[in-house]
Design a protein around this ligand. Structure first.
Ligand code: ADP
Ligand code: CDP
Length: 223
């Protein structure tokens, strides 16, 4: 029967890369819920919606024609037929996504879609790995495996700096800090992903390689 693996954690803890690799290894489906909040933000900006207008934002997201890929080998994201996989990762979106993600009506809408996708792709492939901020606690608290990926702030900043700037020099880490730390703080007001909820296993990836983190999650699924 259907296996659901839920992974939460702060920015840069390794959720996306680890969840994708695990899903790929097990031939499960993959759901990046952060990509859905990013796509919602892209769509609102594309529609010239003022992000401080909560009612408009919620109505706009409810009407969002989103298609999210669930194949771990190529998880594309489309809104109304436009491929937004690249634009949703820009700094413009990263700095504004929390404003949309802290809207409770937006969360209710995306949570509904996430549960639907998890059920569908899970049944199709026998299992699904879903990652985000509130999967272990709100979206799928009855998942078979529930993991919180932890990494020290230092490790998360170095990883994101390396992704964005190609290195983790002091200047580049500082340039990344505002985005990551402020975003985690804003996101924490609606989801508690900095600490594991009861029944959720914490995996500290600070001193692991990516492969090591993948193995740790696979071990947890096998146990
Ligand atoms: P998140 O989805 O939590 O923001 P990502 O997977 O997008 O995290 O980014 C994590 C980055 O850190 C990736 O570039 C990944 O290759 C790198 N990385 C380095 N070490 C690890 C590790 N031990 N576990 C997970 N990712 C790691
Ligand atoms: O990978 P990164 O940490 O940069 O972020 P992400 O997983 O792509 O998520 C982007 C944003 O979406 C987060 O900063 C949250 O604001 C929001 N999000 C959320 O609120 N709930 C989730 N389950 C997933 C993401």
């Amino acid at each position: 029967d259907l296996v659901v693996v839920a992974i939460d954690g702060p920015s840069g803890s390794g959720k996306s890369s680890v969840a994708r690799a695990v899903a790929s290894r097990l031939r499960y489906g993959y759901l990046d819920t952060g990509a859905m909040y990013r796509a919602a933000t892209w769509w609102c900006l594309d529609q010239h919606v003022d992000l401080t207008d909560g009612e408009r934002v919620a109505a706009t997201v409810r009407a969002m024609p989103l298609t999210i890929g669930t194949d771990p080998e190529s998880p594309g994201v489309e809104v109304g037929g436009t491929d937004v996989s690249v634009p949703i990762r820009t700094t413009e979106i990263s700095t504004q996504v929390s404003a949309v993600a802290t809207n409770l009506e937006v969360r209710a809408e995306l949570r509904r879609r996430q549960r639907e996708i998890i059920g569908l792709v899970g049944r199709e492939r026998g299992g699904v790995v879903a990652e985000g901020r509130d999967i272990t606690t709100v979206v799928a608290p009855d998942s078979d495996v529930r993991i919180l990926l932890y990494a020290s702030e230092e490790a998360r900043l170095a990883r994101r700096s390396t992704e964005l700037h190609g290195n983790a020099s002091t200047a580049n880490v500082e340039a990344t800090r505002d985005q990551i730390v402020r975003r985690d703080r804003d996101d924490s007001t609606v989801s508690s992903f900095m600490q594991a909820a009861p029944g959720v296993t914490t995996i500290d990836t600070s001193d692991l390689t990516l492969q090591g983190s993948v193995e740790a999650v696979l071990d947890q699924i096998a146990s």
